[in-house]
Write a protein that binds this ligand. Structure first.
Ligand SMILES: [Zn+2]
Length: 460
């Protein structure tokens, strides 16, 4: 099997030498800073396009996406070995794919298919701009390579969604992103990016000392907006509450990188006295979505990808499948993002016709599977935990077909009466088919390259 890293490392050789030289000489945090400068005219065009498209009706948006689909399907057939073979094997002619509905003729693409031979997904004709590695918090990490236009569409969409949350790319803001390892390498705790006006703070090794540092940095820069993993802000909120610190306030906070649970939204918004905007994104860059002021689902960026839900039954979540519309270097057609959600095309109160993900409940492989094969979505367990507020942190692990371990973080001794009720409640949730064990632990560490905090882990 080919190593995807080796395949994609070639992409740097195509990047103009001058840019490569400059970037390689600067520290990693500054690289992020430098990359934000690229995107140029495409970035500006996409940003303006999104502003226009929010006035469009669903039909006009669909026509636009159908046109983009036709273009990328033709391109993929002509230039990407995997799709050429697939279309021949399935007896599909590119001319048969004329609109979003026709996409259904094409089989769903999985990450494991790409990992078999990533070189088959690469265009020989187009040039790569950069690569990103998917997080790996739920499986093997995978490299995604993309061209400059795709990069520009990501940046434009991110800026557009920040606007929905009331701020701009250039407003001073606090970012606690998934950059933990980055800070390990250069030994710095935080960095200020003057181009995007953003203060990046490390989210690695959260502790009371670290939260005190957060407070000092916030007092120094006074950011009104923040972005980052909800698990980090939730822990920070608990710390502020414990210390009775009430003067750390924000206008809005963009929650990203993990599922945002109602108990987190509640605690974070109360502590920071701010509005929270849930934001859904992925390294594949084919489905970005964000809440608007109505907070009734997340609007999907129509320029980045066309999104479908597979196996959505009535109002139950199904798998999120997306077709990228901008990345001609490594097109992803009907790609399974391995997340579960519900989609709606009903018009939002805000007036924007972009379709919405009304619920994203996490990775499809975080589903708990009972011995009788019933699947229980992760949010059923997390909302059950909300009823038991005594835990300061928790993680639910399905060890095998019959056993679930619930690890609980709590200062002092756990109240036996409370754990007994919790155990009983969880057993009933599994239709009494599984044995529930409750353990008190010191802490729960985030996992994967991107430091994601997982509330539910299924090992089967
Ligand atoms: Zn809306």
């Amino acid at each position: 099997m080919l190593n995807p890293q080796k395949v994609f490392s070639k992409t740097w050789t195509i990047t103009p030498n001058s840019i490569k030289k400059i970037i390689s000489k600067i520290p990693l945090t500054r690289q992020v800073c430098a990359l934000t400068m690229f995107g140029g005219i495409h970035y500006y065009k996409y940003y303006k396009k999104l502003q226009k498209m929010q006035e469009w009706n669903p039909e006009k948006i669909n026509n636009y996406q159908s046109k983009q689909i036709k273009k990328i399907i033709n391109y993929a057939y002509e230039n990407i070995p995997y799709y050429r073979n697939l279309f021949k094997k399935e007896n599909i002619k590119p001319s048969q794919i004329r609109c979003t509905d026709d996409l259904k003729r094409i089989p769903i693409l999985t990450k494991s298919e790409i990992l078999k031979d990533p070189s088959k997904f690469i265009s020989k004709k187009n040039k790569a701009f950069t690569t990103k590695l998917t997080g790996g918090s739920s499986g093997t990490p995978m490299s995604i390579a993309y061209d400059l236009k795709h990069y520009a569409s990501r940046r434009a969409t991110t800026r557009f969604f920040k606007n929905l949350a009331g701020y701009d790319d250039y407003t001073i803001r606090l970012g606690i992103p998934s950059l933990g390892p980055l800070y390990k390498t250069n030994q710095e705790f935080y960095e200020y990016n003057p181009i995007t006006n953003q203060i990046f703070i490390s989210s690695t090794h959260l502790s009371k000392e670290i939260f005190q540092k957060y407070i000092n940095i916030i007092r120094k820069y006074n950011p009104q907006y923040a972005e980052g993993h909800p698990s980090v802000f939730y822990k920070f909120a608990l710390y502020l509450k414990e210390k009775n610190i009430t003067n750390i306030q924000l206008k809005s906070l963009q929650s990203c990188g993990e599922v945002l649970y109602p108990f987190q939204r509640d605690a974070i918004s109360k502590t920071f006295n701010c509005e929270i905007f849930d934001f859904y994104a992925n390294e594949e860059g084919i489905c970005y979505a964000s809440e608007c002021k109505s907070h009734n689902g997340m609007h999907i960026s129509p320029i980045m990808g066309f999104v479908e839900i597979e196996n959505q039954k009535e109002n139950q979540p199904g798998e999120i499948i997306a077709t990228g519309l901008c990345n001609y270097y490594m097109p992803l057609i009907r790609y399974n993002l391995q997340d579960m959600g519900i989609i709606t095309t009903e018009k939002c109160e805000c007036g924007n016709s972009f379709s919405r993900l009304t619920s994203v409940i996490g990775r499809s492989n975080d589903t708990i599977i009972l011995p009788d094969k019933t699947q229980i979505p992760p949010n059923h367990f997390t909302s059950a935990m909300e009823k038991f507020r005594f835990a300061e942190g928790f993680q639910i692990i399905q060890e095998d077909q019959k056993n679930i371990n619930i690890n609980i973080v709590k200062k002092g001794k756990i109240n036996l009466k409370e754990t007994k009720i919790l155990k009983k409640y969880m057993e009933s949730l599994t239709k009494n088919q599984m044995t529930i064990s409750i353990n008190q632990v010191k802490d729960i560490n985030p996992i994967g390259r991107k430091n994601k905090y997982k509330y539910i882990i299924s090992k089967i």
